[in-house]
Design a protein around this ligand. Sequence first.
Ligand code: DX5
Ligand code: ZN
Length: 223
Amino acid sequence: MKKPEIMPSILNANFLTLNQDLKTLKENGIKWIHYDVMDYDFVPNLTFGAKILGDILKKYDFKTDIHFMVKVKTKPFSAFFEDFIKLKPTMMTMHLEAMNPTETLEFIKLCHQNKIEASLAIKPQTPIVALEPYLGMVDNVLVMTVNPGFGGQAFLDDSAKKIGELKTLAKNHNWKYTVSVDGGINKDTLTIVNNEGVDKVVIGSYLFANPNGIGPTLEVIND
Ligand code: DX5
Ligand code: ZN
């Protein structure tokens, strides 16, 4: 079975040692980072704008998946994303639940106009059927296996089943999207999502809050 790509989420990183941690990720062949943007509205937590990611990308050439857990209130809708688009992320992920159908189509178009992969995320309680109008257009679907907002929560097994279902749908319709997963991933739950055929795996606290350190933890994951 092909190994999924690892996307470390820096949400629970220690920002005083982040530079060393990013260096360790690079030394261990990690290609991606996952950057969680929260607005204290769509989720009950608040994180970062584009500045910190800009600083990281000036020094390290990671592929970037920006995971927006926000309700966009700017007019036009696209204005919210401008500073992030300037950083040339590889992928931008927006929650289906945070947009109306017009905004969802606009988000996908905005990504593609800027040569950014368009990704839609769904919360644990959102069924796959809600995504269906967009599955032929998106580059990735992010299956949340925790309720978005915080790192360190327990993995929800039921949500993980959506990964395999989405992979089967893609195969049957010849749709091209990949499937990523986010929330509660550790060595054991990694096996579960792997068996579902996941392409990309977000890992937050298991890497950044692990007493064994990032390098040794990655070795365990890659075993
Ligand atoms: C949570 C974020 C995640 C978070 C995952 O809403 O989207 O990316 O960092 O952290 P863990 O891996 O600890 O669940
Ligand atoms: Zn995330």
